[in-house]
Design a binder for this molecule. Structure first.
Ligand code: 13P
Ligand code: 13P
Ligand code: MG
Ligand code: MG
Length: 375
């Protein structure tokens, strides 16, 4: 492994049991997953790995040479989740195996419950990356921050003053209902991009690419977001998707501080209690990635890494463990109070169409026959 060679970074996560309720991951699950990955590292499958948590989601961060969607790497993640589930069952943790929805692994964890963000990249001389781990929310929660990082000159000064970034970036946007995608250019199509991604429960940013002429090859992603929707796999509400993302930084990409800046504004995302409420996304250090109040508010963890020339993960640096984000946390708590006072009313509770996969239709069903026509 060396600079200029291809390396793959895979972030794969699943909720395999909460401690207690949906609040956090028990350390024994992390230990078990570490043992599985450590074995794979000894056998040479992985170059490096790190296991952590965000709320009740077990997070595997791995580097390897197998490319994206590798059956070997996905199989390994699946095994780690299965083994951690066994521990969760022994301890009687809540929702043991929650996200392992289909017990039919055949080469890829996509569509089985876990969420995946992976990118194969040509290692730069210095490769700073940030992995984001969210709990109690959905993939569309990344739309606003990723847009700001790569398209908003009021967030990213580099778009204005760095000649390497001045031409902008390309966005791959998925329609997750219709299972279609479109690639759009920023800044040329900025308003069209926003027309789509503002509807964050349907259109989600999947990847960001550089344009022709950028030092990074045009077909190599500079950001990738997990887009798995659990309700689509399960057909009903089992938990929120709790997405992850990988973002590369510096040298013609947003600087580290430009990657983090969007999280200084705790924007409203859907998720929170029973996956059925809008609330602020609170940036937190790992020690506070433990949703409590009304099972929230939704949390974002940012881990900073440098990838060494050998492909090692040099980190993590717990990037939101900094007073610079205190105000965002305070603001998030203020919004939490404000939203909570709406109780069961929209827009704190999600609109009806987004409640389709929750337990609400069961309640409405019981009332169906009581309705009579109005003259
Ligand atoms: P680079 O162009 O080397 O990434 O530097 C930008 C920067 O970090 C300024 O804050
Ligand atoms: P998770 O998606 O994090 O498991 O949370 C589920 C829930 O219903 C919280 O109230
Ligand atoms: Mg859970
Ligand atoms: Mg979760």
């Amino acid at each position: 492994m060396a600079v200029g060679e291809k390396i793959t970074i895979s972030v794969i996560k699943a909720d395999v049991g909460g401690w207690p309720g949906h609040s956090r991951v028990h350390p024994a699950l992390i230990e078990r997953a570490k043992e599985v990955l450590s074995e794979a590292q000894k056998e040479g499958t992985l170059i490096d790995f790190y296991v952590t948590y965000a709320g009740d989601d077990l997070q595997l961060i791995m580097t390897h040479k197998k490319g994206v969607d590798s059956p070997e790497i996905h199989g390994l993640a699946w095994e780690a989740f299965k083994k951690a589930t066994e521990v969760a069952k022994e301890l009687g943790l809540y929702g043991a195996g929650q996200d392992l929805l289909k017990d039919a692994f055949s080469g890829n964890v996509r569509g089985l419950g876990p969420s995946v963000a992976e990118m194969e990249i040509t290692l730069r001389k210095s490769e700073p990356i940030v992995t984001f781990h969210l709990d109690k929310t959905e993939p569309g929660a990344f739309n606003l921050p990723i847009f700001r990082m790569f398209a908003d000159p009021f967030n990213t000064a580099g778009l204005v003053i760095d000649p390497k970034m001045h031409m902008g970036f390309r966005f791959e946007i998925w329609d997750i209902l219709e299972h279609k995608r479109v690639i759009m250019n920023s800044p040329e199509e900025m308003y069209d991009i926003l027309a789509l991604i503002g509807a964050k429960s349907r259109y989600v940013i999947k990847r960001v690419y550089p344009k022709e002429g950028h030092p990074i090859p045009k077909d190599e992603p500079v950001a990738v977001v997990s887009t798995e929707k659990l309700y689509e796999v399960a057909g009903e509400y089992v938990g929120k998707d709790d997405p992850v993302a990988i973002v590369r930084a510096q040298s013609g990409l947003p600087a580290l501080g430009e990657v983090l800046e969007p999280f200084a504004f705790p924007h409203l995302v859907s998720g929170w209690m029973r996956g059925s409420h809008n609330g602020p996304l609170m940036p937190v250090p790992l020690k506070y990635a433990t949703p409590t109040r009304f099972d929230g508010p939704p949390r974002a963890v940012a881990l900073g890494w440098q990838i060494s020339p050998e492909g090692k993960l040099i980190g993590p640096v717990d990037l939101f463990d900094d007073p610079a984000f205190d105000w965002a946390r305070q603001k998030a708590l203020e919004i939490t109070d404000y939203m909570r006072r709406h109780g069961p009313f929209e827009p704190h509770r999600l609109p009806l169409e987004e409640m389709e996969y929750t337990t609400l239709p069961g309640v409405l069903e019981k009332l169906k026959d009581r309705f009579e026509p109005i003259e």
